[in-house]
Design a binder for this molecule. Structure first.
Ligand code: MG
Length: 308
């Protein structure tokens, strides 16, 4: 059923969806998924029309057992021309593993707050950026795309509201180290549209090109789409989402973490914004994956469409 399309002024004609389900989503699910299911998941996402599917992470298996099979997934995956399969890389060793497997795009995961840098990386923010510097430099020498994730951009469970200046500091540093793109993460889902716009303005004022900025919203407090719309109105054209809303929120005891790709797609299709991703195929994929996870998708759109 088609319920109609009506554009709004000031929005982009097309949006790139950076699908994070296989990496950020599965990493934060308690169920361990077999390699064959992961490979099929990534291939189905590409089938559905995704052009960027963040596939896995080269972190040490004992840190993230959910993604301990990164090599096997990448070896078995049928990588298609025109689709990018970025991989999260924590250090130089991870980068070498990624390069050996023919990866063309990597991401590094930085925190803008000291509390989360300590909790997640066991380093200060400055130490973590020092650790990433040679990784980013080597990756750029090898002509890879390098995305810098910034987590806790609007709020942090230990520190509360995060000032935009903190984010600008880390963002400009990551750009000067050679990142080709930044992803602003609302890791605990507490941002609201005015604060989203304030941060985007602060970043552009500091010389960060808006074309290099992606947004990564979590729907923990139900703000994901409102925040996305605000970001699109301010020139952002890349949005991170997770198929079926995979990946809960480890800091809120909530089933809802990553904004669901289906929820974003419904929103963008209603606004007449092109993504190239087929909503029906995606809902089928998320419904299929849910049977392997043993939990229903938290996405409103998946729930509305899966039995229709
Ligand atoms: Mg996320």
């Amino acid at each position: 059923m088609n319920y109609g399309t009506e554009p709004l002024p000031g929005l982009p004609k097309a949006v790139t969806i950076w699908e994070v389900g296989p990496r950020d989503g599965l990493q934060n699910e308690s169920a361990l998924v077999p390699v064959s299911v992961k490979v099929e998941f990534v291939e189905r996402l590409a089938d559905a029309g995704h052009t960027v599917v963040e596939t896995t992470s080269m972190v040490r298996p004992e840190w993230v057992p959910q993604l301990a099979d990164a090599e096997q997934v990448l070896c078995r995956l049928d990588r298609r021309p025109g689709v990018r399969y970025p991989v999260l890389v924590p250090n130089e060793r991870g980068l070498r593993r990624a390069l050996d497997l023919g990866v063309t795009d990597i991401a590094v995961f930085a925190s803008v707050t000291e509390s989360f840098a300590k909790a997640n990386l066991n380093r200060t923010v400055a130490e973590s950026l020092e650790m990433f510097a040679p990784v980013i430099a080597s990756a750029r020498e090898a002509d890879l795309g390098v995305r810098g994730y910034l987590s806790m951009c609007w709020g942090d469970p230990w520190e509360g509201a995060v000032p935009a200046e903190r984010v600008v500091e880390v963002a400009t540093r990551l750009m000067s180290l050679g990142c080709t793109e930044l992803s602003l993460g609302d890791t605990i889902g507490v941002a609201t549209p005015g604060r989203v716009v304030a941060l985007l303005r602060a970043l552009t004022a500091a010389g960060v090109p808006i074309e290099a900025v992606a947004v990564h919203f979590h729907d923990t407090y139900g703000q994901g789409l409102a925040n996305t719309l605000a970001a699109l109105q301010h020139g952002v054209t890349t949005v991170d989402t997770s198929a079926g809303g995979l990946g809960g929120c480890p800091f809120a005891g909530s089933a809802t973490g990553n904004l669901a790709t289906e929820d974003l797609l419904w929103h963008l299709e209603g606004l007449g914004i092109h993504t190239g991703v087929n909503l029906t195929k995606l809902v089928e994929t998320s419904t299929w994956l849910a049977t392997h996870l043993g939990r229903e998708s938290p996405s409103s759109v998946v729930r509305a469409l899966q039995n229709s």
